[in-house]
Design a protein around this ligand. Structure first.
Ligand SMILES: *[C@@H]1O[C@H](CO)[C@@H](O)[C@H](O)[C@H]1NC(C)=O
Ligand SMILES: *[C@@H]1O[C@H](CO)[C@@H](O)[C@H](O)[C@H]1NC(C)=O
Ligand SMILES: *[C@@H]1O[C@H](CO)[C@@H](O)[C@H](O)[C@H]1NC(C)=O
Ligand SMILES: *[C@@H]1O[C@H](CO)[C@@H](O)[C@H](O)[C@H]1NC(C)=O
Ligand SMILES: *[C@@H]1O[C@H](CO)[C@@H](O)[C@H](O)[C@H]1NC(C)=O
Ligand SMILES: *[C@@H]1O[C@H](CO)[C@@H](O)[C@H](O)[C@H]1NC(C)=O
Ligand SMILES: *[C@@H]1O[C@H](CO)[C@@H](O)[C@H](O)[C@H]1NC(C)=O
Ligand SMILES: *[C@@H]1O[C@H](CO)[C@@H](O)[C@H](O)[C@H]1NC(C)=O
Ligand SMILES: *[C@@H]1O[C@H](CO)[C@@H](O)[C@H](O)[C@H]1NC(C)=O
Ligand SMILES: *[C@@H]1O[C@H](CO)[C@@H](O)[C@H](O)[C@H]1NC(C)=O
Ligand SMILES: *[C@@H]1O[C@H](CO)[C@@H](O)[C@H](O)[C@H]1NC(C)=O
Ligand SMILES: *[C@@H]1O[C@H](CO)[C@@H](O)[C@H](O)[C@H]1NC(C)=O
Length: 813
């Protein structure tokens, strides 16, 4: 099965012969195949050896039961001509149809579970005008009752066989502290949005622990290799090893493993093929003690980390031990989860250059790795991120790329994720990855940074063009570093995977607005206007010198220079007219003047807070620029009044923003910290929030979004505009710096002095930050500075009062 067969299968599309028909009605009361949620730490044998995704529609009925409990009997799902996707070549396109059955049921037919789930959402958004959302959750229960019936028949057909989701690092930036409720919501979201190929990294350390124990390593030798919960992704990539401020406990590993069993079971029930991890070659240092002859190399230093935390040991695929460990990793997963997938994620050179650039060597690495995978599971497909070819493009010349890819001698045994297709596509440069199947992905943001942003034209036009230009493009997907916001851009790409012509974004934003606010009652026109204004401004970036979510400059260490006009993938340049977003903000607010019930709508509250955040971030940027000019024009004494006014505006903007963000849990630091603390088993002391283990988890969570490393190795990379962080960290950091400027003339300015003061504050926050809202749980902030804010409410007052005042003072209203 080479290139020709993919083309043939793509062309064949729905012409597949009927192979299976399964019908179940929503009235079915049979209990589902739901997973046993044992929290056992054991590695005992598991479930079944069933292959790939289920052909029962029970998983969809269960989804309806979870999200639309009063409408369990309204839906009829029928699986027709079912074809179970098992590998990257199997390219039958998914199709569904929706109609009202003669008995009045909403009848959804499709040729796969993923097609049925996508059809269900199509009905929910287009007919019932409700949807599920990040941060807000399921709004499906807002549908009118009885549910509206479709008038005619609605058809849908995917344009690619695979809809992919997740970046390896999303498991650290977004999901490290997810509990099962969070995962259930996430997986329902994925299924309804048509995703059928998600990464499934959770709990992998249990597999490695068992594998390394089997070959004689001691537990302390293995856990010394693992990184903290918020940093596991880069350990899995071989960038870092070890955990600062404590060791990853075995209890964490086993509880994540229990979660993973639930996750993969649910993925299968919802028609998704999980992509499981494989053995990469990265091993604990102690391997050489037990296997002195093993061929290992020690990785280069990553991002300036002390060699203790990087310099990772890599076992060469040419060493026979590599194949042994690969077989062990794969077979343990089959033993624990069942023989459930043929997809394996495997990246060896993510921001780590190979030991040698010799073409023979590179070909040998992939060939050895590929052979190890195929002998462990003959049906294996190696899923690889194409990121390295972009991030380390100096090393990865065309020759090296093709040598490396040629080691996988069967093209169909590999699936490459073109990771950042909307801005830095690599598929043209690599000649469609030398003919390997590949997926067009939108990355969109780095480090879960927050800013309104989109390339709406690019993500609707370019994947369609790529599909025409590259015969081996077999999927479309999302690879966000963090699942941070701008949800409309992610939905747009996944919906584009079901339309062979570029979606009309004006119409798309209109429909989005209707279901966003569950608009069965008519919505104020101002809401539609607000979203159209955002569409033509923040969501219409076309200047790809800035190519991802912009970062607010107040999240960066203060400086007199270097903060504004940054480009690249952490840009600070704003590519639209900020006044348009102010107008959108006014339109949003005027909608609730017309219909005050919007203040009880969580989607509305979220959007008000989010757009306010952007308006204030933009105001900070322009105020910073003018204040710097004032300071720099002459001595601080000469311009004292003007300078003082600029400085006080900057501080006030941050204080106001903090109040806005504290009003909603999804925008609060303590929500993140408390979710980390909640991983600690309940201790016998009365207050679990102060047990050493819960503090280890919380510090790990805090460190990621601030210093990112024990001493600020990737400082502020994953910064967040969160209540508590803005007020207790960014504001003090700017205050100390601005107060220094107020007392120092440009001629006397000493960057070392300024930096030292800021740095001291940064280091101290690793301790004091844990107190921000500590122990408050949801809804009762008690940390420093939080008292004055009416938590969980008062958004209306803050936005229309303090925020509007501040903008008026700055002449922005
Ligand atoms: C992929 O799956 C299809 C359908 O099950 C099968 O016919 C084909 O041989 C498989 N291809 C490979 C390379 O395993
Ligand atoms: C069905 O058609 C009627 C009459 O045209 C219309 O009023 C109604 O809104 C339609 N319902 C749906 C769910 O589209
Ligand atoms: C965390 O670890 C770093 C580096 O080892 C150390 O400097 C710091 O004091 C530790 N912080 C805490 C809160 O334990
Ligand atoms: C390692 O290699 C040396 C020299 O080739 C050999 O004498 C020794 O037996 C080997 N040890 C192991 C554990 O394979
Ligand atoms: C990297 O690790 C190896 C083996 O653990 C060690 O021999 C070497 O000195 C380390 N390199 C640095 C720069 O620390
Ligand atoms: C690559 O593998 C072949 C076959 O095993 C071997 O002869 C050759 O020396 C290897 N080349 C390099 C550079 O490792
Ligand atoms: C897992 O399934 C694949 C085919 O889907 C098969 O080739 C392989 O032998 C199976 N492995 C086990 C251990 O059953
Ligand atoms: C999208 O971005 C790619 C890569 O930079 C570029 O080649 C293409 O022209 C862009 N397309 C649109 C529609 O903006
Ligand atoms: C998006 O921006 C491009 C480039 O500035 C412009 O040509 C296009 O009209 C804009 N689209 C919309 C809908 O505003
Ligand atoms: C894109 O942005 C860069 C950097 O800010 C700027 O120099 C260039 O003029 C912009 N291009 C267009 C077409 O606006
Ligand atoms: C201050 O002004 C000087 C002279 O015009 C200029 O070189 C420098 O970049 C300015 N610095 C800041 C921080 O604006
Ligand atoms: C400002 O940025 C420059 C260039 O990166 C750096 O050398 C300097 O230390 C920074 N100053 C402060 C106060 O952080």
């Amino acid at each position: 099965m080479r290139l020709g067969s993919i083309v043939a299968l793509l062309a064949l599309s729905s012409a597949a012969a009927p192979t299976a028909t399964a019908t179940a009605t929503a009235t079915s009361t049979s209990t589902s195949t739901s997973t046993s949620t044992s929290t056992s730490t054991s590695t005992s044998t598991s479930t079944s050896t069933s292959t790939s995704t289920s052909t029962s529609t029970q998983g969809l009925h269960d989804l309806v039961k979870r999200r639309l409990p009063s409408h369990c009997h309204d839906f009829l799902f029928t699986l027709q001509n079912a074809s179970v996707p098992t590998n990257s070549t199997h390219s039958a396109l998914d199709e569904y149809s929706i109609a009202t059955a003669t008995n009045g049921s909403i009848a959804i037919q499709g040729n796969s579970l993923s097609a049925l789930a996508t059809g269900l959402r199509r009905y929910l958004t287009d007919v019932a005008h409700v949807d599920m959302y990040w941060f807000i959750g399921s709004r499906l229960d807002q549908a009118t009752s009885p549910l509206p019936r479709p008038n005619g028949t609605i058809h849908g057909k995917s344009i690619v066989p695979w809809r992919y989701y997740f970046n390896t690092v999303t498991f650290s930036y977004t999901t490290p502290f997810y509990d099962w409720d969070d995962w259930e919501l996430q997986l329902d979201w994925l299924a309804l949005h048509g995703v059928n190929l998600p990464l499934a990294w959770v709990g992998f350390e249990q597999i490695l622990l068992d594998v390394f124990r089997d070959i004689g390593l001691a537990d302390h030798e293995i856990t010394a290799f693992f990184s903290g919960p918020a940093f596991q992704s880069w350990n899995r990539f071989g960038n870092i090893q070890g955990s600062w401020n404590g060791t990853l406990p075995l209890s964490f590993i086993s509880s994540q493993f229990a979660l993973q069993k639930q996750i993969v079971t649910r993925m299968l029930e919802l028609g998704m093929s999980p992509i499981l991890p494989a053995f990469t070659g990265f091993v604990p240092r102690a391997i050489t003690k037990h296997y002195p002859n093993a061929t290992v190399i020690n990785g280069s230093r990553w991002e300036g980390f002390e060699s203790q935390y990087t310099n990772t040991t890599f076992l060469e695929p040419s060493d026979p031990l590599f194949a042994t460990l690969q077989a062990s990793v794969i077979s343990k997963q089959i033993e624990y989860y069942g023989n459930i997938t043929s997809f394996y994620t495997l990246d060896q050179y993510n921001e780590n250059d190979p030991y040698s650039g010799d073409l023979d060597y590179l070909r040998n690495v992939t060939r050895g790795t590929w052979q190890s995978l195929k002998s462990a599971n003959p049906s294996a497909t190696w899923v690889m991120q194409g990121w390295l070819f972009y991030s380390n493009s100096d090393f990865w010349t065309t020759d090296r790329i093709s040598a490396y890819l040629s080691g996988v001698e069967e093209d169909q045994d590999m699936l490459v994720l073109d990771l950042f297709s909307e801005s830095q596509p690599q598929w043209q440069r690599t000649d469609s990855y030398s003919g390997k199947p590949w997926v067009w992905n939108q990355l969109h943001n780095y480090g879960g940074n927050m800013g309104l942003y989109g390339q709406m034209d690019n993500i609707t036009i370019n994947p369609i063009a790529a599909l025409h230009d590259s015969p081996t493009m077999v999927g479309m997907g999302l690879t966000p570093e963090g699942q941070e916001g701008n949800e409309i851009m992610y939905k747009l790409l996944l919906d584009q995977a079901w339309s062979s012509t570029p979606l009309d974004t004006a119409q798309y934003f209109h429909s989005w607005t209707t279901s966003r606010y569950a608009g069965n009652n008519s919505l104020p026109e101002a809401l539609y206007t607000a979203w159209q204004l955002l569409r033509t401004s923040a969501y219409n970036n076309t200047n790809l010198t800035s190519n991802a979510v912009p970062k607010a400059i107040f999240e960066l260490a203060p400086n007199i220079t270097g903060l504004v006009a940054r480009t690249g993938h952490h840009p600070t340049t704003i590519r639209y007219d900020p006044a348009v977003v102010v107008t959108a903000w006014q339109q949003l607010l005027s909608a609730s003047d017309q219909d005050a019930r919007l203040w009880n709508n969580p989607a509305y509250e979220h959007d008000v807070a989010d757009v306010t955040r952007q308006v204030l971030a933009n105001a900070f940027l322009s105020t910073y620029t003018s204040t710097m000019a004032t300071w720099n024009a002459t001595s601080p004494q000469a311009n004292a009044t003007l300078l003082a006014s600029g400085i006080s505006s900057l501080k006030k903007l941050l204080a106001d923003l903090d109040s806005v963000l504290l009003a909603l849990p999804q925008f609060r630091l303590d929500t993140w910290l408390d979710s980390a603390r909640a991983l600690a088993p309940p201790s016998n002391t009365s207050n679990t929030s102060t047990s050493p283990l819960s503090e280890y988890y919380a510090l790990d969570a805090l460190n990621q979004i601030t210093l990112w490393g024990p001493t600020g190795e990737i400082n502020d990379y994953a910064s967040k505009s969160w209540g508590g962080l803005v007020g207790q960290y960014y504001l003090p950091r700017w205050s100390v710096f601005l107060d220094y400027l107020a007392a120092t003339s440009p001629a006397d300015y000493d960057a070392h002095v300024a930096r030292a003061r800021v740095k001291e504050l940064e280091m101290n926050f690793q301790v004091s930050g844990l107190q921000v809202g500590a122990g408050a749980g949801a809804g009762a902030g008690a940390g420093p500075g939080l008292e004055e804010v009416k938590v969980g409410g008062g958004l209306n007052e803050v936005v229309k009062g303090d925020v509007a005042d501040a903008l008026r003072t700055l002449g922005m209203l």
